[in-house]
Design a protein around this ligand. Structure first.
Ligand SMILES: [Zn+2]
Length: 121
């Protein structure tokens, strides 16, 4: 298992390679990675120094420079970690919402079935 802060990520099994990970950095920063891709990406970056470094550099050039131009202080490491946490949190939330909808659908079907059964009695 991989720990990203207090978030535990279940290993997906297949480890994304460095080339693939580097290709996905820009998509990650554009918030465009979802599901399995996102988890694989985070897993790789957490375990690979050179990809983490590449991500940090790209994060700095996309977020940091804009922030520094605004004259704000910028804690690169902390903000990148925060960004990674937020992305994982959003992913988990989306998954939870999807599960919630599924449960509601099943409940609705059961209620409708129950009403029909009652009406037939
Ligand atoms: Zn790597």
């Amino acid at each position: 298992m991989t720990y990203v802060g207090r978030f535990v990520i279940i290993k997906t099994g297949d480890f994304m390679d460095c080339k693939e990970t580097e290709r996905r950095i820009s998509r990650f920063l554009a918030n465009d990675l979802t599901g399995r891709e996102l988890i694989q990406f985070i897993e790789h970056v957490e375990g690979c120094e050179s990809c983490k470094e590449e991500l940090t550099i790209q994060y700095l050039s996309s977020e940091g420079i804009a922030r520094l131009e605004e004259g704000k202080t910028f804690d690169l490491d902390r903000e990148l970690t925060e960004y990674m946490h937020t992305t994982v949190r959003k992913y988990k939330l989306r998954r939870k919402i999807r599960f919630g909808i599924l449960v509601l659908e099943i409940l609705a079907i059961l209620i409708i079935a129950g009403v029909f059964a009652y009406a037939l009695l």
